[in-house]
Design a protein around this ligand. Structure first.
Ligand code: SF4
Ligand code: SF4
Length: 278
């Protein structure tokens, strides 16, 4: 039996909103009962969140598309009354547009903000993975088809030959926060993590950008090495939140430097000046 899932590669996503527009094109004004009622203006059944990190000039922007995750243990189903939300045999979580009328509590029950309220119809609504198309023989929802950079990978999680199953087997797929006990059928690659960035200046050559200076970052478990680029800049990405690190810088002919840094935020450690060895 097919079990549908999706892997969203955040590092590929450019924030173009094609997925959102394809979703609107498919659902706006189009009633696909029994799996979804027509989508009104103002709904984002796949919402592209913009996540900005760091501080000027060391800033990173990531785009995180968030549809319904079709959670394995779905809080929305617990909040629904009278079977208004159910899971199909293929894993898709459906809001029944007839039974869900008036159940506003379903909107706040979703921890991912994936359910939207249709005031005119008095109805909670969300992504159905375009179940009406899959039932018609389509291989993927409209959002997946519309993505120009293949940031959305869709398929059968139980088919080891599918791209989505292969990605999940690599064990790099993560759940969106708040992380549930079990990875939902929609998982993520490259979710934004903390980073450290800074710049090295040689005290006796302040007008030059030193390329290739060795910068090491270590915690109690491991050491990661980076080298400055041709602007003298360095960065370490993918770090854990609220962790202590030691940053050490070495360059032949200069006194080594060592700094303690903490990922309470994304620290820009600024300019680190290396003084010549005596
Ligand atoms: S993401 Fe929200 S709406 Fe979708 S299954 Fe999970 S709890 Fe329900
Ligand atoms: S279409 Fe693809 S690249 Fe564009 S916002 Fe959606 S997931 Fe990102």
């Amino acid at each position: 039996m097919t079990r549908y899932g999706m892997v969203i590669d955040v590092e590929r996503c450019t924030g173009c909103f094609n997925c959102f527009l394809a979703c609107r094109d498919e659902h706006s004004g189009n009633d696909h009962r029994p799996v979804s009622a027509a989508q009104p203006d103002g709904h984002s059944w796949i919402k592209v969140r913009e996540v900005e990190r760091g501080s000027y000039p060391k800033v990173k922007v990531s785009y995180v598309p968030v549809p319904c995750l079709h959670c394995t243990d779905a809080p929305c189903m617990d909040a629904a009354i009278g079977g208004a939300i159910y899971r199909r045999a293929d894993g898709i979580v459906i809001i029944d547009p007839d039974k869900a009328a008036g159940q506003h509590g379903i909107v706040s029950a979703c921890p991912y903000g994936a359910v939207f309220w249709n005031a005119a119809e008095n109805l909670p609504q969300k992504c159905s993975f375009c179940a009406h198309l899959l039932d018609d023989g389509w291989k993927e929802p409209r959002c997946v088809e519309a993505c120009p950079v293949q940031a959305l990978v869709f398929g059968d999680l139980d088919d080891p030959r599918s791209d989505v199953a292969r990605l999940c087997a690599e064990k790099r797929v993560e759940a969106l926060a708040p992380k549930p006990a079990e990875l939902p059928p929609v998982g993520y690659l490259g979710l934004p993590k903390f980073f450290f960035a800074g710049e090295i200046v040689l005290g006796d050559k302040p007008d030059e950008c030193p390329e290739g200076v060795t910068v090491r970052l270590r915690d109690g478990k491991q050491t990661v090495t980076a080298f400055t680029d041709n602007y003298g800049d360095f960065e370490f990405n993918g770090l854990e939140a609220d962790a202590e690190y030691v940053l050490s810088i070495e360059q032949a002919g200069y006194k080594p430097r060592e700094l303690r840094v903490h990922t309470g935020a994304d620290p820009n450690v600024g300019t680190i000046v290396m003084e010549p060895a005596a």
